[in-house]
Structures are given as C-alpha cells and as structure tokens.
Ligand binder design. Sequence first.
Ligand SMILES: [Zn+2]
Length: 215
Amino acid sequence: MSETEARLAMCEIGQRMYARQLCAANDGNLSCRLDAQRVLCSPTLMCKGLMSPEDLCIVDLEGNQLSGCRPRTSEILLHLAVYRHRPDVRAVVHSHAPHATAFAICRQAVPMGIMPEADVFLHFVPVAPYDRPGTQQFADTILPYVQQTDVLLLANHGVVSYGPSLERAYWLTEILDAYCRIVILGRQVGSIMELDAEQRAALRALRSEWQPPSS
Ligand SMILES: [Zn+2]
C-alpha cells in the first residue's frame, strides 16, 4: 500500500469508527507502518470522523514527529510498543469502544465460549493493567499479552487491536464491541448458556484452520 493509499484508508476507517460510535469527539487513534523507519498516525485532538489525508502525521519508531502540520496522537507510544514486539503487525487501532470498554472498566476479560464467531475471531481478550495514558509505562502494560492476542482491553480505559492492515486491525475492534454488546444484553435477558467443552474444541480446530484475509 502506498503512502497515499494508507492516508486514504486511515481517514476512511476513522469515519467508520466515528459513525459506529466507537470513538466519541476526539477519542481514539490509528496508525500504520509506512516502511521500516516510519509510521503514519492520526493527529491528537481531532475527531476521527473528520480527518483528511493532509491532517495525518508521520513519526519515527521512537515517536518523534517527522511530518504533518498537526501534533501526533499522544498515544503513539502504545502503537510503537505493539510494532516493536510484533514485527508481523502493520496497523494499530485504539478506541474507547463503549461495550468493550464496559468490560475494561470492570477489569473483566471478555468471556468466550458463548458465540462461535467470538471464539474463532477473537479467541482471547485479556485486560492489561492500568497506567496513566500517554506514558511509556502505560504503553508497556500490553507487553504480557501482545504476543498472545491481536486484541486486548486496557484497564479503565479502552481497547487496542492490531493486524496486517488497517482494515484487519479495525475489524477486531468492531467484532469485539458488537460481541460485548450482545453479552451485556444477554446478561440482562437471562442466564447466558455457555458452549460445552466439545463444542469449544471444535471451534478451536476451526480457528487453527482459518486463514484471515490479508487485507
Ligand atoms: Zn485512549
């Protein structure tokens, strides 16, 4: 993907996140690798639904801003921690998606064994410990889990998901938030009936066979 294509894709995903109410006002941030030294990211204090390609910033792998007329997102260290520890990852999406963040503020890992798609696509959604946003300590809270999953909760904060493209990174946040909404609604309707061990084993087999689309 060229830099021009990456800028357009980031703006389009920002619009979809805002339209789905996954990021209110200026919440959330996105990034993607441009090459071995440069990362394209969203600016700070800007609505993700209103970004234009020229609003985006380019930083190096230490978070120093290389270009862009607006200041980079204050959460870039979180994104860079993912890139540093996952060479396969090309894009990161962070949001305060409300239904998933409901689990994050309760510091509850998202329950699995309830719906097949969640077990196959999400598999394991742990909660990283709390720290003050914007700091290196905060970015490092994901390290115990970053190799084990592509989507996780940040305690009392939100969600971070990542993958081989912006579309795939965003996809996990959208799937997670829709699933969390169903679980919350189900708990209000009655007692959620969990899948049994055999049914879950069949889903694990399906997950191991499933090849995600590359874009
Ligand atoms: Zn945040």
